[in-house]
Design a protein around this ligand. Structure first.
Ligand SMILES: [Zn+2]
Length: 177
């Protein structure tokens, strides 16, 4: 018996009986789950708990949840931030899938990995914060910008990102006049 990828599922039994349900529980490791400021580390466990069910149209619907630990950088102070993401799964697998909406069902098999990847990538925080009250680095204590630029920057290149709170003040000032 050849071993299958853990997220490849035979759904023949479920499809044979309309409304039949099958519980799915998997713990997997998937590489390269990363967005700009956050990622799931290669080798960390991603937990999938779901139920699959046949539908009248011959498709298979899945309803469940994915949990995965992530690490990232605080968008203000660049310190490491960690968390656990939760992604809801409500998807359909069908023999003639619609690109971007449903996933393929081929020879009574469904491959859950693309769905899990999509869900995790969507749930990773795009701009993590170490703390809601994080005020960013103290410029005197953390000369962050110099350390991050290998090449010496000329004084004219100094262009610190605008703190969103100051940007909001700028808008207020404009509307006041
Ligand atoms: Zn921070």
């Amino acid at each position: 018996m050849t071993s299958r990828p853990p997220l490849l599922l035979n759904v023949a039994d479920v499809r044979r009986h309309l409304g039949a349900r099958q519980e799915v529980q998997r713990t997997v490791q998937l590489p390269a789950l990363s967005v700009l400021a956050a990622r799931v580390l290669d080798g960390d466990d991603i937990d999938l708990r779901a139920a699959i069910e046949s539908t009248a149209s011959g498709a298979v619907a899945i309803d469940g949840v994915v949990h995965a630990p992530w690490v990232g950088e605080c968008r203000r102070c660049l310190r490491e931030v960690t968390g656990v993401l939760e992604a809801r799964l409500q998807e359909v697998f069908e023999p003639s899938p619609t690109e971007g909406e449903t996933y393929p069902l081929v020879d009574e098999m469904i491959e859950l990995e693309p769905m899990v990847r999509d869900a995790v990538l969507l749930a990773l925080p795009l701009a993590p914060l170490c703390d809601d009250g994080c005020r960013g680095p103290d410029p005197s204590a953390f000369p962050v910008e110099q350390g991050r630029n290998r090449a010496p920057a000329s004084p004219g290149d100094a262009n610190p990102p605008i703190d969103p709170r100051w940007a909001a003040l700028g808008q207020l000032a404009e509307t006041d006049t």
